[in-house]
Design a protein. Structure first.
Ligand SMILES: Nc1ncnc2c1ncn2[C@@H]1O[C@H](COP(=O)(O)OP(=O)(O)OP(=O)(O)O)[C@@H](O)[C@H]1O
Ligand SMILES: [Mg+2]
Length: 235
């Protein structure tokens, strides 16, 4: 596995509210993730998992700290990138608990939406997306509508969509929550394979301890602090 740094987080703090109603959710996170790592994030409900993920994805502004993605410092007590939307579109892929495919677009249109929004040409996008769908064993569903697919198949398309713009990092907030145990494990195995083969870093929020042995590293949040452990008993 490559040891190139994918993301470095330093003294990251997030508070919500002001004055008497101010709450601190993340109180000084420090960790480094490498390219090609599959990272689990597990902590009780309300402890700040989504908040952390949204800051890593440059969707939510931290209160203070520093975020480096690859070799670019994107946040140092303020956003340093000119266009954080562009950064998100180009470097980061998202997968959510509910797949959020657009119901009136077919599978190919759902997956190519973001690359086209990034002004990539169909000549480049079409073969890339065809390869991704083949990789996920979904080539035959290219012209199907999301309503014609099962929950697990829709989740695979959501993964295809997250991969479609060649991101360096994929953030997945409980991607398997809507699936039964077998399908959850098959999606997690697929995510792990993707980290290895595409050198992408995937951070996956999960409530399911059975999925943690598949992770290279496990992040936990305790008393607003982040703990990171290398997973030794890796599957
Ligand atoms: N926009 C907001 N304004 C105020 N408080 C917020 C906001 N977003 C989240 N919080 C608070 O931050 C804390 C962490 O919320 P977060 O959604 O990150 O938890 P979580 O670990 O993802 O929980 P779950 O497992 O239930 O999804 C909660 O106390 C929540 O109420
Ligand atoms: Mg959450």
């Amino acid at each position: 596995m490559s040891r190139e740094i994918s993301m470095k987080i330093e003294n990251l703090v997030k508070k919500f509210g002001r004055g008497e109603s101010e709450i601190t959710v993340i109180d000084g996170a420090n960790f480094t993730l490498n390219k090609g790592e599959f990272v689990g994030l597990v902590a009780p409900s309300g402890s700040g998992k989504t908040t952390l993920l949204m800051m890593l994805g440059c969707v939510l502004e931290p209160t203070s700290g520093k975020i480096t993605i690859g070799d670019e410092v994107v946040y140092d007590n303020r956003w340093l990138v000119k266009d954080d939307r562009e950064l998100r579109r180009k470097k980061i892929g998202f997968i959510f608990q509910a797949h959020y495919l657009i119901p009136f677009l077919n599978i190919e249109e759902n997956v190519t939406l973001l690359p086209y929004e990034n002004k990539e040409s169909p000549k480049v996008v079409k073969p890339r997306v065809a390869k991704i769908l083949e990789y996920l064993d979904m080539s035959s569903k290219m012209t199907s509508m999301p309503s014609e697919l099962s929950g697990g198949q829709n989740q695979r398309i959501a993964i295809a969509r997250a991969l479609a713009n060649n991101p360096d990092i994929i953030l997945a907030d409980e991607p398997t929550a809507a699936l039964d145990k077998e399908r959850a494990i098959s999606v997690v195995k697929m995510l792990k394979k993707i980290t290895r083969e595409q050198n992408v870093t995937i951070i996956m929020v999960t409530h399911d301890d059975r999925l943690l042995p598949f992770c290279d590293k496990v992040l936990t949040i305790q008393d607003k602090k982040i703990d990171i452990k290398e997973n030794i008993g890796e599957i």
